[in-house]
Ligand binder design. Structure first.
Ligand code: ADP
Length: 478
């Protein structure tokens, strides 16, 4: 039996099967066997969340604040330990993982405060003797389905607002990273929430996730993951009229103009493209460089990329951890072959390398002077692989940046205010960054994209209320 059970209706329950949690920096290191729920258990969790929904939607906001604040406080106090677990199971470096754990704590603190600030409006009526109140109410039972690349921050930024606005939760984390999800759930389980308000059902997407999509008792689904699964979520939820919100892929451009501070531009590209092993939906995978500085930029970036230390996520000094698993490793290798067969010039990286422990180690790769229509520029790779694309001027650079099915994040490096303003207005991405990497966002403002990257209302900050509440208009006669 697993030591890491699922949490249903206020109780820890064992499951018929287990998920083996393997360290991608050392595949001999088994972090633990985690309970793998089946469809029946997913339905029990949904039933519990449904039964708890009516009283939790009317719960006292001080109670919500106290629980969320306690969760945030404990996560922040334990960020080093939680970060170590996260780095061990996901493979991002220890500093990145500790930063992510801290972020999760901050998110809970933020939404603790938001629970106290749920606002409505008071309006006059066009009819005499009538007054109108517009208020926000909980949606009901929220299904939360999360990916492996931010194993604690993404669950936090969905679970915290769901609870703050009075919803009950069924949480299904990604199979690859049950450890952080379990640790977070264990903290949530001790925060004073009534039974059934929060439920953890780790398990397979096709079984547990699908059960959540199909069950009429789940009123809303918040999903982050791949484009393909996002389409399945959209199909199932629309078919039964459930609310849904999708965060999916990116193919984020970083434009570098000739007038940019080149050291900063190279630093932005290096961070945006390769940190967290390129496994961020906001990663800068297309570097669009003004032609007059293209070769100089490629030389400078190549030098930096080649000096990055690839290694065990837990080792001090590691800058790029391993790829998360064999499947992703194979996908990266496949795209390196696709790039080469399309005629892209691989200037460095893409090598499979060995370290002291067996893991999925790959050197960060840069393709130079590619065409935007190549598959490596149109399809999300989700690894430490970036390309450069030459552009004649800011107009052409913007056109290339927007020529994609995605629109999550976009960046520009320039010292021209005129170009920065033009970019901010004309970029078709949900988040635009000037003289900053495309990845790396604040936790108190909206997160989300345009086109194929996102669907539904924004996550995070006050904008999260759009998804986790529904609006009621009350007419009060005399
Ligand atoms: P990735 O390729 O990054 O693993 P996925 O979209 O496959 O992205 O996974 C994101 C989340 O969606 C995971 O928690 C996964 O288990 C879940 N998932 C996968 N298939 C389904 C499905 N058919 N229904 C619901 N959830 C699913």
């Amino acid at each position: 039996m697993s030591d890491f059970q699922n949490y249903i209706d206020g109780k820890w329950v064992s499951s018929p099967a287990q998920i083996q949690n393997i360290n991608p920096s050392d595949t001999n290191d088994i972090i633990g066997d985690y309970a793998r729920a089946d469809k029946a258990q997913a339905e029990e969790a949904i039933a519990a969340a449904s039964a708890a929904s009516e009283s939790w939607r009317r719960s006292n906001i001080q109670q919500r604040f106290d629980s969320l604040d306690a969760i945030g406080t404990e996560i922040l106090a334990r960020k080093e330990e939680l970060g170590r677990l996260l780095a061990r199971e996901e493979g991002k470096t220890l500093p990145e993982a500790i930063g992510e754990a801290a972020r999760a704590g901050q998110v809970f603190k933020f939404f603790a405060g938001e629970a106290l600030r749920i606002q409505g409006e008071f309006m006059s009526s066009v009819r005499p003797g009538v007054e109108i109140e517009i208020s926000r109410e909980a949606v009901g039972v929220v299904g939360i389905i999360t990916p492996w690349n931010f194993p604690i921050a993404i669950p936090a930024w969905k679970i915290a607002p769901a609870l703050a606005y009075g919803n009950t939760v069924v949480f299904k984390p990604a199979e690859l990273v049950p450890g952080s999800a379990w640790a977070l759930s264990e903290i949530v389980s001790r925060s004073g929430l009534p039974e059934g308000v929060f439920n953890l059902v780790a398990g397979a997407g096709r079984e547990v996730g699908q059960a959540m999509l199909d069950d009429p008792r789940v009123n809303a689904v918040s999903f982050t993951g791949s484009v393909g699964t996002g389409a399945a979520v959209a199909g199932a939820c629309s078919a039964r009229g459930a609310k849904f919100q999708l965060e999916m892929g990116g193919k984020n451009p970083l434009i570098v103009l000739a007038d940019a501070d080149m050291d900063n531009a190279v630093a932005c590209a290096l961070n945006g493209a390769y940190f967290s092993t390129g496994q961020r939906c906001t990663a800068s995978s297309r570097l669009i460089i003004e032609a007059s500085v293209h070769d100089q930029f490629v030389d400078a970036l190549k030098t930096k990329v080649e000096s990055l230390t690839v290694g065990n996520a837990l080792d001090e000094g590691t800058q790029i951890g391993p790829v998360v698993d064999q499947r992703q490793f194979d996908q990266n290798a496949r795209y390196l072959d696709i790039g080469k067969s399309e005629g892209a010039d691989l200037v460095c990286g893409g090598d499979i390398v060995e370290r002291k422990t067996p893991g999925f180690y790959m050197t960060p790769a840069l393709f130079a002077d590619t065409g935007n229509d190549m598959r490596v520029n149109q399809e999300e790779i989700f690894g430490p692989v970036a390309t450069t694309i030459k552009a004649g001027d800011v107009e052409e650079a913007l056109a290339i940046a927007n020529d994609t099915a995605f629109g999550l994040s976009a960046g520009l490096c320039t010292t021209s205010l005129k170009s920065a303003v033009k970019f901010k207005r004309e970029s078709r991405a949900g988040m635009v960054m000037v003289n900053l990497p495309t990845a790396g966002v604040d936790y108190h403002v909206p997160f989300g994209g345009a086109k194929g990257s996102s669907f539904g209302s924004r996550e995070q900050g006050r904008y999260a209320a759009e998804f986790y509440t529904t609006v009621k208009t009350a007419y009060l006669g005399a």
